[in-house]
Design a binder for this molecule. Structure first.
Ligand code: C2O
Ligand code: CU
Length: 535
């Protein structure tokens, strides 16, 4: 295999050569490339550098927090100081990257008006609240073909769809706006507190639109979560991990300009950004902190741990608090996954500790499961001894009642493959995405058990909209404690089989499920289920 040279210049030459090889090999020829050339760094990554600031010199940015019930967010271009030197022009929610963090109490309706001021070049846009339980019309449907996006390169859409069949009636056109209504209730109760995020979800352009900057965090609070003695205020920190590459003038590269066919279509960036800053630092006290970590990268996974022997206790997944806290040595997070951790800096007073990602232990080294190796950020811990009134309760949130009633037998299997031939695509049960087609239907009020099967040589992160899921088994075995809880995004290594159960409540209509590796999603690995009224 090609090893990464330690010297960055040499490394970039190699990346360039590998990127060239892959680009030259687009199409059927790519299929005969030796597997070792398919390292993620080679996939569509231009040999670009951009001037990174000295590691850990930047302060960790904390996005502005919006708490109102009626919000307006302008999607507009902004020039942001990401690297040293010239600013980077990005497409933003409200002028920052990440966009503002929306923080709202469960059970209270929130209306967000998104104004499209990015011009015709951005085409129509759509906003999805990832983790929310919302009406199908408010869910950020991908839509179909339009005058501004008149052909699909990867998805086989039914011909002659009306605006409501394609979902085009729900898109935001350039110069226009749309108000999304989020009720934040589930099954007649306020939604569970959780760490969510919002991002663009447009057909075949999601990867490009998010790469350019259209992503922001969203926190739902509820009574139970707020009643626990966990760290709050400045000791509750959301961390959005994302990688990007820049050209010599510090502008984002455009890996989406060239056609990149599956299975070689994972985009990775040269620099790792935390809340939009390259390897930043953050000043903390010698106390417990709650870190809400989101992997918002396109393709990269991270296997997280700390230096200095700082222990990580996971308290929540994408779907909020787990039944019990779980101490973790490493935390593997694929695109779309979140983990909330309690870390205690009391034992490392007056030192600097780093949050790192390392290569996964064991055999997994295939694209998508080959995790980033390097530091993400530094915590500078104060010297002063602190009183800490927080603690981690032994029990957090019980599982919902429907979990006990779920059948162990899947009623439907979602199978992920890649097609062969001259222009391969990702397939779900043999098809690419078609907004007019629902692969399966479920009745409102039903608890369903489904199987997810990865039949490809690449890892996938399967995310299902609409509800949270309980993992019944992973490869026929009982899942580890951090997956034996509610989740909505699932890491599937090659040949993995995962069985999950979920309950359909409140809303009928179509909902998508897809790989959260954003190129995979754009290149066919997306499908739909439809919730219907019971007969
Ligand atoms: Cu975060 Cu359908 O996605
Ligand atoms: Cu995938």
């Amino acid at each position: 295999m090609i090893e990464q040279a330690p010297d960055p210049a040499a490394r970039d030459t190699r990346l360039g050569r590998r990127a060239f090889l892959v680009r030259a090999a687009a199409g059927a020829f790519a299929l005969i490339l030796p597997i070792r050339l398919r390292a993620p760094e080679a996939l569509g990554l231009p040999a670009a550098i951009g001037r990174a600031p000295r590691p850990f010199s930047r302060r960790l940015p904390i996005p502005k927090v919006l708490t109102g019930s009626d919000l307006t967010i302008r999607m507009r271009e902004a020039a942001l100081p990401v690297l040293s030197g010239p600013k980077t022009r990005m497409w933003t929610y409200g002028g920052s990257f990440p966009g503002p963090t929306i923080r709202r109490p469960a059970g209270e309706t929130t209306r967000v008006r998104f104004v499209h001021d990015l011009g015709r070049k951005a085409g129509e846009l759509t906003v999805h609240l990832h983790g929310g339980h919302n009406r199908s019309s408010e869910d950020g449907q991908p839509g179909g073909l339009t005058a501004l996006q008149s052909r699909a390169l990867y998805c086989d859409l039914s011909a002659g769809l009306s605006a409501s069949e394609s979902g085009n009636d729900l898109l935001i056109r350039p110069g226009r706006d749309r108000t999304y209504t989020y009720e934040q209730v589930e099954d007649g109760e306020p939604e569970r507190a959780s760490f969510q995020f919002y991002h663009d979800h447009r057909l075949e352009n999601t990867a490009r639109n998010i790469w350019r900057g259209l992503v922001g965090m969203w926190i739902v609070d509820d009574e139970l979560d707020s009643s626990l003695p966990l760290p709050t205020g400045p000791r509750d920190i959301p961390l959005l991990l994302a990688d990007r590459s820049f050209d010599k003038r510090n502008q984002l590269t455009n890996p989406f300009a060239a056609e990149r066919r599956p299975p070689f279509d994972g985009v990775v960036g040269r620099h790792i950004l935390v809340n939009g800053a390259v390897t930043p630092h953050h000043q903390v006290r010698a106390q417990r902190y709650r870190l809400r970590v989101l992997n918002a990268s396109h393709f990269r996974a991270y296997d997280l741990h700390f230096t200095g022997g700082v222990r990580m206790v996971q308290i929540a997944t994408e779907s909020g608090l787990m039944p019990r806290p779980v101490e973790r040595r490493r935390i593997l997070l694929g695109p779309g996954e979140r983990a909330e951790l309690i870390v205690d800096f009391a034992g490392v007073r007056g030192t600097r500790v780093r949050l790192l990602s390392s290569r996964r232990r064991g055999k997994h080294d295939e694209p998508g499961s080959r995790t980033y190796a390097g530091p993400l950020m530094e915590f500078r811990v104060g010297r002063a001894r602190q009183v800490d009134r927080t603690s981690i309760p032994p029990a957090l949130r019980p599982l919902p009642r429907w979990v006990a009633e779920a059948s162990a037998e899947p009623s439907h299997t979602w199978r992920f493959t890649v097609s062969s031939g001259f222009s391969p695509r990702w397939l779900v049960n043999g098809r690419t995405f078609d907004p007019a087609f629902a692969e399966t239907t479920v009745e409102l009020g039903e608890t369903v058990t489904w199987e997810l099967q990865n039949r490809t040589g690449v890892a996938h992160l399967i995310h299902l909209h609409h509800t949270d899921w309980y993992m019944l088994s992973r490869n026929g075995k009982k899942p580890p404690p951090w997956e034996r809880c509610l989740k909505e995004t699932f890491f599937l290594d090659p040949e993995d089989r995962v069985v999950i159960a979920g309950r359909m409540s409140d809303y009928v209509g179509k909902y998508v499920m897809h790989c959260h590796m954003l190129d995979h999603e754009d290149h066919g690995l997306m499908s739909q289920f439809e919730v219907v009224k019971p007969a």
